[in-house]
Write a protein of this length. Structure first.
Length: 320
């Protein structure tokens, strides 16, 4: 469906998987139980994620915004003006505002899985940038999708901030970036935020905040499954855990069963031993050269990289 609301054109590609039930049941049947981090982002999960981005412990958001502020003009120069600018996983579209000041794209195309969130932020953005042509696309960017409008007369650029690339396994990240490259075409540029490997304590604090917002974000997954799949997870019988796996360069989030219990999900029964985990997310961290190797595997050439003075976070301009 395509509808125009003011100057915001909305394209709904209906991303919520019809097979959420099958996906959840398959994940819970594995020896190491697993749920997809995509399931975090219902309306409440998106709200909690925005709250995470404001936490003092969660350095990626404000560090990346600082980098965008300091180097936005140079980035805009690289991406080219009058571009079709696609943002993958736009959420509240806060970071793009920094870039839009410097880069006046012909079309801004936010892509996000969370419909209400996407619509609201597209409206807000259109109001803040009069004259900007906004095409909001509700889609799951991690699976193949076709741009609903072609705009082949404009150079193409994509913005993928927040180190969301870290939520893919590295081989899947390379496949995903290659798909973005196909959408961009020759000479298209990808501006991508990547969290860097650092001290274990700093990393773990970012995913174990003192206010328990990340814990609520993680546990909301069970609330969502209870509501949408008629499950009976007891929220008081699971706790949040986040650890840095140095060997694999990733922060892992888990939900740990605090007792031996059985849970009903969509008519099936799953047994948990005390201390057993459901692995809910990986957040891979990279070194700059390691990320450039991954980009090369995907078919991109690294053109420029910007970091903050403490080298906590990096933003890369890649060309296809
Ligand atoms: C969206 N993504 C990059 C976040 C991350 O840091 O991996 C998701 C998140 N999980 C816990 N806190 C934030």
């Amino acid at each position: 469906a395509t509808a125009a609301a003011g100057r915001v054109h909305f394209h709904d590609l209906h991303p919520t998987p019809a097979d959420m039930r099958a996906e959840v049941l398959a994940g819970l049947a594995l020896a190491q139980k697993r749920l997809s981090p995509k399931l975090f982002y219902d309306a409440e999960g998106s709200r909690l994620f925005d709250a995470i981005c404001e936490l003092s412990e969660y350095y990626p958001t404000r560090t990346e915004i600082g980098i965008l502020r300091r180097h936005g003009a140079e980035m805009a120069e690289r991406l080219g003006r009058e571009a079709l600018l696609i943002e993958l996983g736009s959420g509240s579209s806060l970071k793009i505002r920094t870039l839009l000041e410097a880069l006046r794209p012909a079309v801004y195309m936010p892509v996000d899985i969370s419909k209400e969130h996407l619509l609201q932020s597209a409206e807000d953005l259109a109001a803040a940038f009069p004259g900007l042509d906004v095409h909001a696309v509700c889609a799951d960017y991690s699976s193949a999708f076709v741009l609903p409008v072609d705009h082949h007369d404009h150079p193409r650029a994509a913005f993928f901030p927040g180190s969301s690339v870290g939520n893919f396994e590295p081989d899947a990240a390379a496949r995903f970036m290659a798909r973005v490259g196909q959408i961009l075409g020759p000479g298209g540029r990808l501006l991508i935020g990547v969290d860097l490997i650092k001290d274990k304590h700093r990393l773990e604090a970012a995913y174990n905040d003192a206010d328990g917002v990340t814990a609520a974000f993680n546990l909301n997954l069970l609330t969502r499954i209870n509501r949408e799949l008629g499950a009976d997870f007891d929220l008081d019988a699971f706790r949040h855990e986040a650890v840095f796996n140095a060997e694999l360069s990733r922060v892992e989030m888990h939900l740990i069963s605090t007792k031996s219990q059985q849970v009903q999900v969509a008519g099936e029964t799953f047994a948990f031993t005390e201390g057993e985990s459901i692995h809910t997310e990986c957040s891979y961290k990279y070194r700059i050269d390691g990320f450039h190797a991954l980009a090369a595997e995907a078919g991109f050439t690294a053109e420029q990289v910007w970091t903050d003075p403490d080298e906590l976070f990096s933003v890369h301009c890649l060309v296809w």
